[in-house]
Design a protein around this ligand. Structure first.
Ligand code: ARG
Length: 478
């Protein structure tokens, strides 16, 4: 047994360790010890915890709350501890409960008694509130970069299949022809809003909670502004009670994550149905599909199905934390330790899903001919024929009824007195929708241009990609 691991049999008390020294006579029940410990998951926060501690130690030294020498020793020690952890040299100990105490103990082993001064004017309550904010800030930045890649993949794909026309759907019934590029640009809009939401969340978690200590603040002459600046926060949290008990920022993150997943799931679902033999609108890239263990002919759209499937777990993460927070009296309660796993799970799931979708999209091959054939179904022209009758002077409701009659006669192969000179084709119909937001070629190009400047504004786009995509290669790789 490694040093410090639970080494006695269940039910036997051990010596109090970590934060229990002093107050407690008996050690923890071993089952409770592992129930209580969060190190198995909050070890993800080591970098954030050490960063926060270094800023805090510097502040304590500057303010003369602890001797400047101790502050320097603590900082150097913390850096060594972090390096040890990163090199896998430090074994976390469950009886030290969480990342905070594990790091403090590791520091004590490095620098001795000075380590005991680090926690002056601080509590694990403001410490964890800080760590989680630092963590989410970093993760949101990474997710934003991932979302920009996805947005760009959508724009590139739209660009490449500008002239491919498909039936647009309502109720999953063929409705009116649209450009595939227009359809994909709809997803660009969603992804852009998703990115904006995360950016907004970033603004709201930009408050620095340290200094709130356990709940009421501290009796020491701290400098919270200094710590905030050290850690790159633009402001300090204004109420200590709120700062240690608020998890709005994590919930907001989870909601934003759930929203991204919902969007990805819709796109994933469309790719699943479009790639089915029934639709035959596209072929998914081999790299993102799997085979069947029994049916040799199968090529399954697993990547899309998994994205669709994992959406549920992110919704679960959001609901889990909302439920944890509900009815918690101010301020800190141990329930709050339950905030981390849903957040970590959502981070992993969203990052994975966004990256998979961005990786998969370029390899989707749209089958232009099949799509066009489906879009050439004459009943898709019904609205346009009704519109034509309106232009000839009929009220729309009347034109709608007459065209409906025409469609019914056609379906039942019966005759009707109503005749039309010509049925507009898909190309004519998409081009007729030539207003802002419409599916005409110029309007889609306009959307693509606006999207590219959005990407550029956000420091992303490799501009001038238009035209690079293989436009001639319609069937294979658009
Ligand atoms: N592991 C704890 C958490 O994740 C850290 C805060 C502990 N605070 C306390 N008063 N026990 O929430």
């Amino acid at each position: 047994m490694r040093k410090g691991r639970i080494s006695k049999t269940r039910g036997e008390s051990r010596k109090p360790a970590g934060v229990r020294r002093g107050r407690f006579k008996a050690g923890m029940d071993p089952l409770f010890a592992s129930f209580n410990a969060s190190i198995s998951f909050d070890k993800r926060l080591v970098t954030e915890d050490v960063r926060g501690s270094i800023a805090h130690a510097r502040m304590l030294g500057r303010q003369g709350i602890i001797p400047a020498d101790d502050s320097a020793v603590i900082e150097a020690g913390l850096k060594e501890v972090l390096a040890d952890i990163q090199q896998g040299k430090l074994q976390f100990r469950e009886e030290l409960e969480d990342v905070h105490i594990n790091i403090e103990e590791a520091l004590r082993e490095k620098v001795g008694d000075a380590a005991g001064k680090l926690h002056t004017a601080r509590s694990r309550n403001d410490q964890i509130a800080l760590d989680l904010r630092l963590y989410l800030r970093e993760q949101i930045r990474l997710i934003l970069a991932d979302l920009m890649n996805l947005a760009e993949a959508l724009v590139d794909k739209s660009d490449a299949c500008l002239d491919v026309i498909m039936p647009g759907y309502t109720h999953l019934q063929r409705a009116q022809p649209v450009r595939v590029s227009h359809h994909l640009m709809a997803y660009f809009q969603m992804v852009r809003r998703d990115a904006e939401r995360f950016a907004d969340c970033l603004g709201r978690l930009d408050g620095m909670p340290l200094g709130s200590a356990a709940l009421a603040g501290t009796t020491f002459p701290i400098d919270r502004g200094f710590v905030a600046a050290e850690l790159g926060f633009s402001r300090v949290c204004e109420n200590s009670l709120d700062a240690v008990s608020d998890r709005d920022f994590a919930l907001e993150f989870l909601f934003d994550a759930a929203m991204v997943m919902m969007h990805l799931s819709r796109l994933a679902e469309e790719l699943v149905i479009w790639s089915s033999s029934e639709f035959g609108f596209c072929t998914l890239p081999d790299e993102y599909c799997s085979g069947s263990s029994i049916m040799p002919q199968k090529k399954n759209p697993d990547a899309c199905e998994l994205i669709r499937g994992k959406t549920g777990r992110v919704y679960g993460d959001l609901v889990a934390l909302l439920t944890t927070m509900k009815a918690l009296p101010l301020t800190y309660n141990k329930d709050l330790q339950e905030d981390k796993e849903p957040v970590f799970d959502a981070v992993d799931t969203v990052r994975g899903s966004v990256r998979i979708m961005a990786g998969l999209l370029p390899g989707v091959a749209f089958h232009a001919e099949t799509m066009l054939r489906a879009a050439s179904d004459p009943s898709l022209a019904a609205t346009d024929i009704a519109d034509r009758l309106v232009r000839e002077g009929l009220p729309f409701r009347e034109a709608h009824a007459r065209t409906g009659e025409l469609v019914r006669a056609r379906l039942q192969r019966t005759s009707t007195e109503i005749t039309v000179d010509s049925v507009p084709g898909p190309e004519e119909m998409v081009e007729a929708r030539n207003h802002i937001g419409g599916t005409s070629r110029d309007r889609v190009i306009e959307q693509i241009r606006a999207a590219r400047s959005f990407l550029k504004e956000h420091g992303h786009a490799r501009s001038g990609r238009r035209g690079r995509a293989k436009r001639g290669n319609v069937e294979e790789s658009m």
